[in-house]
Structure formats: structure tokens, C-alpha cells
Design a protein around this ligand. Structure first.
Ligand code: ADP
Ligand code: MG
Length: 693
């Protein structure tokens, strides 16, 4: 191996994909090849290099960009910034932001941007305003093997678009090329999917295999089943650190909380061990550097992951699934794999979609292990038994399209004129179950985003059309229920308030900071009390947002610190709110605030009910019972209603934002409502569901 170089041009040259540059460019330029599949191991340079090759070859420009989609926001941001840096290092004369990114609620591109990284969801949204994607000459669908809902939809839409834009006889003729990049197995499936008739010939996408360097990785299983994988991970990390030779450690956990927890335990136990005189086998490994990596990590910290590890130090990266294939961290020699991932899934018990911690697939386990073998022979420690690997891990993960709610894509696709998207009008890699589609259509009909056209009430599924309101809601980058709630805010005279509530919910970030110490927790609880609304958590979010907004900019950080509030969560909500205002084009949103500034709860909660009528539950003494399916659930400890109010009783009927399933099923972000507010909607839903049987 050549010695590592800090010069970016050398680093670029040394990536496995660089030897294939000419071949890749020739293939993309070939007008007979509209789709090419590039298959290479993670870390080969697919994401960072291919878009640059395209740009450097003059196939993309600011007016005909190369787009590269990512399933994850963090990856889109991180990679865009990396590529911008590389591009300028290679050619200092380039305009600023020659490589930019677009993610939900955030656009970091300019008129000079020629290389655009964006989440696959944002590329789909782009089709709302530019159905031919005419501003792009090359689309790279990256991380296709992840099979997210959005990636699968993109596949379907791009196939349709190819037939239109690449057929000389079509009025849309304006050829473009699709590059599909995948780290793993599914390349044959992708090839079959894009085998199609173009003109009078049958086209089949070529597969470009880029051999990567790979070192062998030794796998170690735990002998006995592990009770808690966080402490087990911490123990394993320390064992590796104190007994093994140089090389950084990558640890796979499932989410921010777990990672913060592990970080704390690791720090404490490491320091205790050192105090007790424990030393590393290798003297030079005196220091540990712990870097967390998860989606909502602040941008600056995200970049820490890529900082080269100083000599005498060992870097320990505590990561979510992001590091499985989306981001490559150099110099990893050891991998610690919890065997779990946090995933959105239809829950069999609740019938709702919930974030759950589930076992990874065998394919994922192999990917994770592979991360250890990029620079030298590696070691992977699996925190599960060999038997569990064999018996409990599924071969591969079911594609998201088969385990998720489809109301949002159904509304979006219908609103761009694809009448029966999950039926006859689009071709998918894997089709969703008819039941999923019915559920989505039923939900949208009840919300009023779809309506049954008068012609044929019997075959509801095939005869729905998007309402005026549905068209507006489809424009908003959020689930339809949320969009409808926002729209209802206008009608209930509380758009100003709803914008804040929706922004806080969309930020998807618990704004209340929880200190670790008992003393700190008491202080935080006292500070938070001032924001708590008697009506419940939605209004609490609103009063927090209003309080924060009334503080002058310069004092906000201090204010957040004093009130145990996450400053970044608030700023994010405020940013989202501005974006939403722009989208709605509403200069002065109506407000329901009374003369003295107080905000009545009813209009706000009623507006929320218009969208989230299905997310309701009634009190059955002890637990709450969901209206549908009739399952008993508890109120999440973070909610005001986790305990009965002192001297008071629990609200009889509640609206909630989310179902969370850990050891038991919880409802999260809970507010008190009147059953009468949702009864009509529930009845209507029941009737529509019946009609569709
Ligand atoms: P692939 O897409 O094939 O998995 P990438 O293009 O993501 O590969 O990565 C190629 C190389 O670029 C890797 O060595 C990776 O570590 C490096 N790299 C990617 N992003 C950054 C970054 N933000 N900072 C430093 N190096 C990076
Ligand atoms: Mg990549």
C-alpha cells in the first residue's frame, strides 16, 4: 500500500474506483446506455468520485446538474461538503458550492451548483415542480441496496421517465443517464428491473464491477447470549483497547440515546481502569478519542469522525447504521456489532408504524464486519451468539415499501397525475401489499385529501381523485396527516399556532434537556414546569416555542441553558417554521391568541384532530386503549400524562403523536381532547374502510 497522503488529489487517485474512471465516463456518454449499474465495495469511492468524474468530463454543469441521491440526510450533507472540498482542491478556480446538497427543510445549493447531493425523497419532490427532471443530465441513485421507500419509488418513476426522455420519438426527448450504485448483492435484481424495450431493441443495463481491496476479517461471537448490548459493547471496546494493537474501533448501536449512554459509560470505565493502573498492550495507544455519529448530530461534530486519528491515540466511533454503508470512516480495524438497528416498522400488535429496535439481517451483519477490513486484516466482535446469527437474523431486510404507511407517496404520486401508482400505472422492484394501499387510500379519503369520483363509487380504489386540499397538502414535505392539520389550522383561525406546533413536531427532537445528576434533574424539572400546559404535550411544545421566540436572538443560548432546553432543537424548529411559512405563502398567519396573549387550547387541538384522528385513545383505568386497533398502551414517561396529575384524574380521551415500542408499547406526545371532536371522522373512516372491502 502507498503511504497515506494528506494531499486530496493523491487520496482521490488511490481510491479503487479511480482506475475505472474512463470506463465509467465512456459508458455514461454512450447514448445507447441509459442505465448503468456500478457495483463496488463500500469505501471504493462511488459516492464521492462518480459525480466528480461526470462533472469533470463536462457531462454536467450548473444548468444540467448531476444529482446523487442518498437515503440519509447526514450522508447527503457530509458527502456534499467533502466533494466540494475535493473539487476545489483539484481545481481551485471553481465557484463556491459547486457541490451542494438539498435535504428536507434545507437547501444548500446555488446557481453555480453542478453536483447536487439530495435525499431520494427530495428528488421525488423535485418532480412535483419539474416532472421531467429537466435540470439534470445524470442521476445517480446511490445506496440503492438500502431499498428505502423513497429509493424504490424513485426507481419506479425514473424507469417511466427514461422511456419518455430517452426515446427519440417522444416529445420529451432529452436523454439522460441513470447510474445505480450498490455495495452489495441486489445488482442482478436492479438489472432485471431496468431490462426494457427502448425503440425496437431490448436494453439491459451493464454492470460495472469494481474490485475493491479487502482484507480478511476474523469474526468472534459471544459465547452466551448478551443481556444488555450497551454494557457489553463498552466492555468489548475496553478489552480491545487494552489488549489489541493499533487501529480504530467502530461500534454499531441503534440511536442517539444509546450512543450517549455508551459514551458516558466508556469514559467512566476507561478512566477507572487507567486509575487502577491498567495499561494498553501497546504503549503508544495512551489516549482514547470517542466520537459519536448519528443523524441529528450537529454538523461540526459530524466532521470530527473524519479527522485523522493522531498518533498515540485510538479513535472509537459510536455510530448508528449510518456507518454501515453510507459513510466510510478510514482506519477502522475493529468492529463491535450490537446486532440491532432502529427501524420504522409496521407493528403487528398495534397495526401502527413505530420506530423499533430490531435484529439486523445477515446481509447487514456482513456489511458491518466488512468495515473492519479496509486498511488491514480486521476483527469483528458480534455481541450475539453464532447460533443467534444462524437462527434469529433474517437473510435480508424486507424492503421498506412493504412495511410502511403509503399515504404520503400515494397522495404525491396521484397529485402528479399517476392515477393508480401501486396498481397498473407504475412498475416497482417489489410491490406493496394491496392491504397497505387500501389503508392508505382509506386514510386519505377520510382526511379529505382524496375524494371518490362520482362515476364509480363501488370500485373506490380505482376511482379516487385528489381534492384541492389534497393538492396543497401534497406540496408540503410532511406526512399528509400533518399537512391536513396545518391546513385545518387556517380554518380554525390558529394557523400561527399550528405552524409552531407542526414545526416543533417536525423537528423531531425532544427539546427538553435531561441532566444526568439527580440535582440537575430537579433543577430541570422546575425550569420545565413553567412551560407545561394542562391540556398536554402539544400545547406544551407551543408554549415553549412561544417563550423561546420572545427572547432576543443574542440571549437565546443563555436562555436555553438556564431553562434546560436544547438550543439546536429550538433553532431547527424555527427554521422549519420559516420554510413552512414560505411554502404556504402566508405573510400574516391567523392567530387565535386572546387579547392578553393567552392561547386557547381548543382550536389548536381541534385542528390537530383533523389530521391525527386515528391517533386517539381512551382511558380504561390504568392503560389507554387505542381506538384502532383496540390495544392497551401506556403513556410515555416523557409526557405530562405519564402520571395522574396531583389530585386530578387522567383525561378520558387523548390524541397522541407517535407510538413507540420498547419493552412495552407507549404513546408519546399526548394531549387531552374531546371524543366528540373525532367521532365524525372515525365513523367516516369506518364507512370508507367497509366500502373498500
Ligand atoms: P463509497 O461510496 O464507495 O462507499 P465514498 O466515496 O463514500 O465510498 O468514500 C471514498 C473515500 O472518501 C473513503 O476513503 C472515505 O473515507 C473518504 N471520505 C468520504 N467522506 C469524507 C469526509 N467527509 N472527510 C474525509 N474523507 C471522506
Ligand atoms: Mg457511498
Amino acid at each position: 500500500r502507498p503511504p497515506p497522503s494528506d494531499d486530496i488529489r493523491d487520496v482521490r487517485e488511490s481510491l479503487p474506483i479511480s482506475r475505472y474512471r474512463d470506463e465509467i465516463i465512456q459508458t455514461i456518454k454512450d447514448p445507447r446506455i441509459p442505465v448503468v449499474i456500478v457495483s463496488a465495495a463500500t469505501g471504493s469511492g462511488k459516492t464521492t468520485q462518480i459525480p466528480q468524474f461526470v462533472y469533470e468530463a463536462g457531462i454536467a454543469s450548473a444548468s444540467k446538474r448531476v444529482a446523487c441521491t442518498q437515503p440519509r440526510r447526514v450522508a447527503a450533507m457530509s458527502v456534499a461538503m467533502r466533494v466540494d472540498k475535493e473539487a476545489h482542491a483539484t481545481n481551485p478556480g471553481l465557484p463556491k458550492l459547486v457541490s451542494g446538497y438539498t435535504i428536507r427543510f434545507e437547501d444548500h445549493t446555488s446557481d453555480d451548483t453542478a453536483i447536487q447531493f439530495l435525499t431520494d425523497g427530495m428528488l421525488i419532490r423535485q418532480m412535483l415542480s419539474d416532472p421531467r427532471l429537466s435540470s439534470f443530465s445524470v442521476l445517480m441513485i446511490d445506496e440503492a441496496h438500502e431499498r428505502t421507500l423513497q429509493t424504490d419509488i424513485l426507481f419506479a418513476m425514473v424507469k417511466q421517465l427514461l422511456l419518455a426522455r430517452n426515446d427519440p420519438a417522444s416529445p420529451w426527448y432529452d436523454p439522460f443517464t441513470v447510474v445505480i450504485s450498490s455495495a452489495t448483492l441486489e445488482r442482478l435484481k436492479f438489472r432485471d428491473f431496468f431490462r426494457m424495450k427502448l425503440g425496437d431493441t431490448t436494453f439491459e443495463p451493464p454492470i460495472l464491477e469494481v474490485p475493491g481491496r479487502r482484507f480478511p476479517v476474523s469474526i468472534y461471537y459471544s459465547v452466551d447470549p448478551v443481556r444488555g448490548y450497551v454494557p457489553a459493547a463498552v466492555l468489548t471496546i475496553l478489552q480491545v483497547h487494552f489488549t489489541q494493537g493499533p487501529g480504530d474501533i467502530l461500534v454499531f448501536l441503534t440511536g442517539q440515546e444509546e450512543i450517549e449512554d455508551a459514551q458516558r459509560q466508556l469514559r467512566e470505565q476507561h478512566d477507572t481502569a487507567v486509575r487502577n493502573g491498567l495499561e494498553c498492550a501497546e504503549e503508544e495507544m495512551a489516549e482514547i478519542i470517542i466520537v459519536p455519529l448519528y443523524a441529528s448530530l450537529p454538523r461540526a461534530q459530524q466532521m470530527d469522525v473524519f479527522a485523522p486519528t493522531p498518533r498515540h491515540a485510538r479513535k472509537i466511533v459510536l455510530s448508528t447504521n449510518i456507518a454501515e454503508t453510507s459513510l466510510t470512516i478510514d482506519n477502522i480495524v475493529y468492529v463491535v456489532d450490537s446486532g440491532y438497528v432502529k427501524m420504522k416498522d409496521f407493528d403487528e400488535d398495534t397495526g401502527a408504524e413505530a420506530l423499533q429496535i430490531v435484529p439486523i439481517s445477515k446481509a447487514s451483519a456482513e456489511q458491518r464486519a466488512g468495515r473492519a477490513g479496509r486498511v488491514a486484516p480486521g476483527h469483528c466482535f458480534r455481541l450475539y451468539t453464532a447460533d443467534a446469527f444462524k437462527r434469529e437474523l433474517p437473510e435480508s431486510t424486507k424492503p421498506e415499501i412493504q412495511r410502511t404507511k403509503l399515504d404520503s407517496p400515494l397522495l404525491m404520486l396521484k397529485s402528479i397525475g399517476i392515477d393508480n401508482p401501486f396498481g397498473t400505472d407504475l412498475d416497482f422492484l417489489d410491490c406493496p401489499a394491496p392491504e397497505q394501499v387500501r389503508l392508505a387510500a382509506g386514510g386519505l379519503l377520510t382526511l379529505g385529501a382524496l375524494q371518490v369520483s362520482a362515476v364509480d363509487t363501488a370500485a373506490v380504489m380505482r376511482r379516487t381523485m385528489v381534492t384541492e386540499m389534497g393538492k396543497l397538502v401534497a406540496q408540503l414535505p410532511m406526512e399528509p396527516a400533518m399537512g391536513v392539520a396545518l391546513y385545518a389550522g387556517q380554518q380554525h383561525g390558529c394557523l400561527r399556532e399550528m405552524l409552531s406546533v407542526v414545526a416543533m413536531l417536525s423537528a423531531d427532537w425532544d427539546p427538553f434537556f435531561k441532566p444526568r445528576t439527580k440535582q440537575g434533574q430537579r433543577e430541570a424539572a422546575t425550569a420545565h414546569e413553567g412551560f407545561v400546559s394542562q391540556e398536554g404535550d402539544h400545547l406544551t411544545l407551543l408554549s415553549l416555542f412561544n417563550a423561546w421566540s420572545s427572547v432576543p436572538d443574542a440571549q437565546r443560548d443563555q436562555w436555553c441553558h438556564d431553562n434546560f432546553v436544547h438550543a439546536r432543537a429550538m433553532q431547527r424548529a424555527a427554521d422549519i417554521r420559516v420554510q413552512l411559512m414560505n411554502m404556504l405563502g402566508s405573510a400574516e398567519p391567523v392567530s387565535c391568541a386572546l387579547g392578553d396573549g393567552t392561547i386557547p387550547a381548543e382550536p389548536v387541538l381541534r385542528a390537530l384532530c383533523q389530521g391525527f384522528f386515528m391517533n386517539t385513545a381512551s382511558y380504561v383505568g390504568g392503560p389507554y386503549r387505542l381506538v384502532r386497533p383496540p390495544l392497551d398502551v401506556r403513556v410515555h414517561p416523557s409526557s405530562k400524562f405519564a402520571r395522574p396529575p396531583p389530585g386530578g384524574k387522567m383525561p378520558g380521551f387523548v390524541l397522541f403523536h407517535q407510538v413507540v415500542k420498547t419493552r412495552c408499547v407507549y404513546i408519546k406526545t399526548v394531549s387531552k381532547i374531546e371524543k366528540a371532536w373525532v367521532e365524525d371522522l372515525l365513523q367516516r373512516y369506518g364507512k370508507i374502510a367497509l366500502d373498500m372491502m
